[in-house]
Design a binder for this molecule. Structure first.
Ligand SMILES: Nc1nc2c(c(=O)[nH]1)N[C@H]1C(S)=C(S)[C@@H](COP(=O)(O)O)O[C@H]1N2
Ligand SMILES: [Mo]
Length: 404
């Protein structure tokens, strides 16, 4: 088998160029053909009118993820393999009528159209992985049933997002003293317990101000991988909050409110929290989830040779500055011994880390485990912690060897 180039042989720019220029289809590494799908897929693989090719959990609203073996073909996830997680159908927004409203603790309220927004503010971009907090919920559901989309390990994707900086817009409105949180509200009305609500949430103002020297800039994005944002991904405008759970990157953004407290939107108050039971009391006591858990998953397997097998996958950092994934290890003996994988993609605290390994195995090996470590020395637990809403599952991922 051909050797893989070392990470240092790629520059970040090269990655963007190769993956974007080829319509996103360009493969990384030199993976052999004849792959096996690592897991039995519960949902159905569908070619959608938008061009996406995904396992569809629900049609309307669309909730769909790519097949695992198709997920890590490139560092930048092409549009057709980018998951969609929507709580409501795509709203019908006329881009000419559209106005972004900025209200709350500001000197001057704003109401801005898309053309004005991009005529007025400088364009910035960031490469960041969007990941749903419900990633790998299907594994939690095997332990005890949970209501919700039975996500496998595919509701995540890495994209180059471009738009204007949220801080530039807030500074233009003028942030008043006492401001601590920034609320986002979507234009996607839907029913929740007999009430019409919109998807929303909030992030601390500090996070907006601190953009990690531009590396983790919070954007109001209208483009994804150089293309206009599609309806499913939040056109005409969405927030992108690098390093935070996907739920804070609000699609179809209609309103921003600057406030002294977190938003009281359902999706920050009564969802996206770690609770033992989904009761109002439990939600009231728990804090909203901010970052993702350190994660790693096996996505592809080569045919098994007598003493080795080649595997590929992703690892995902927690999204804190200066804490990229530094190590990915695999075990073919139930966690007794571990072998280090090659990190084959750019390193970033806001992006997934692709890896590949030619793993030495014994003839009786059945199950492969993977675990990651980050720059602060954080590691993954052997088992995840079950919770009533099925979030943040990050126990060591188990891949059953397929012996064709
Ligand atoms: N308005 C709105 N924004 C939203 C959502 C939604 O349902 N409505 N889903 C959120 C969740 S839970 C996730 S994980 C991401 C998914 O982004 P994507 O569909 O572009 O992949 O969008 C977030 N933003
Ligand atoms: Mo999500």
């Amino acid at each position: 088998m051909s050797r893989l180039p070392a990470v240092s042989e790629f520059s970040r720019r090269d990655w963007l160029r190769t993956t974007l220029a080829g319509g996103g289809a360009c493969a990384v590494g030199l993976f052999p053909t004849g792959l096996f799908s690592p897991r039995l897929q519960a949902a159905e693989m569908t070619r959608l009118p938008s061009g996406k090719h995904l396992l569809v959990h629900t049609d309307v609203p669309l909730n769909a993820e790519p097949e695992l073996e198709a997920l890590t073909g490139s560092w930048i996830t092409p549009f057709d393999k980018f998951y969609v997680r929507s709580h409501a159908p795509v709203p019908d927004i006329d881009p000419r009528q559209y106005r972004l409203k900025v209200e709350g603790l500001v000197e001057k309220e704003l109401s801005i159209g898309i053309d004005e927004l991009f005529g007025r503010f400088e364009r910035h971009s960031v490469v960041a992985t969007m990941c749903c907090a419900g990633n790998r919920r299907n594994e939690q559901m095997e332990i005890k049933p949970i209501d919700g989309v039975p996500w496998e390990a595919g509701p995540l994707g890495n994209a180059e997002w471009s738009g204007c900086r949220l801080i530039d817009v807030l500074n233009t409105a003028g942030i008043r003293s006492g401001a601590k949180h920034v609320w986002f509200e979507g234009l996607d009305p839907h029913d929740k317990g007999g009430e019409t609500i919109h998807f929303g949430g909030s992030i601390p103002l500090d996070r907006v101000i601190n953009d990690d020297n531009g590396r983790g800039v919070v954007l109001l994005a209208d483009r994804m991988n150089g293309e206009p944002l599609s309806g499913d991904h939040g056109a005409p405008l969405r927030t992108v909050v690098p390093g935070y759970i996907g739920a804070r990157s609000v699609k179809w953004l209609g309103k921003i409110v600057v406030s002294d407290r977190p938003s009281d939107n359902h999706y920050i108050k009564d969802a996206y929290k770690i609770v033992d039971e989904a009761t109002p009391e439990a939600f009231a006591k728990a804090d909203p989830i901010v970052h993702l858990p350190l994660q790693s998953v096996i996505t592809r397997q080569s045919p098994v040779h007598s003493k080795s097998v080649t595997l590929r996958g992703y690892a995902l950092p927690t999204g804190r500055p200066d804490r990229p994934v530094t190590k990915v290890q695999l075990s073919a003996d139930g966690g007794e011994t571990w072998q280090p994988a090659n990190l084959i993609s750019p390193v970033s605290p806001y992006c997934w880390q692709l890896w590949e390994i030619r793993l030495r195995i014994n003839s009786d090996a059945k199950e492969i485990l993977v675990r990651a470590e980050d720059a602060a020395g954080e590691t993954q637990p052997r088992e995840g912690v079950w919770n009533a809403k099925g979030y943040m599952w990050n126990g060591w991922y188990k891949h059953e060897l397929q012996r064709g």
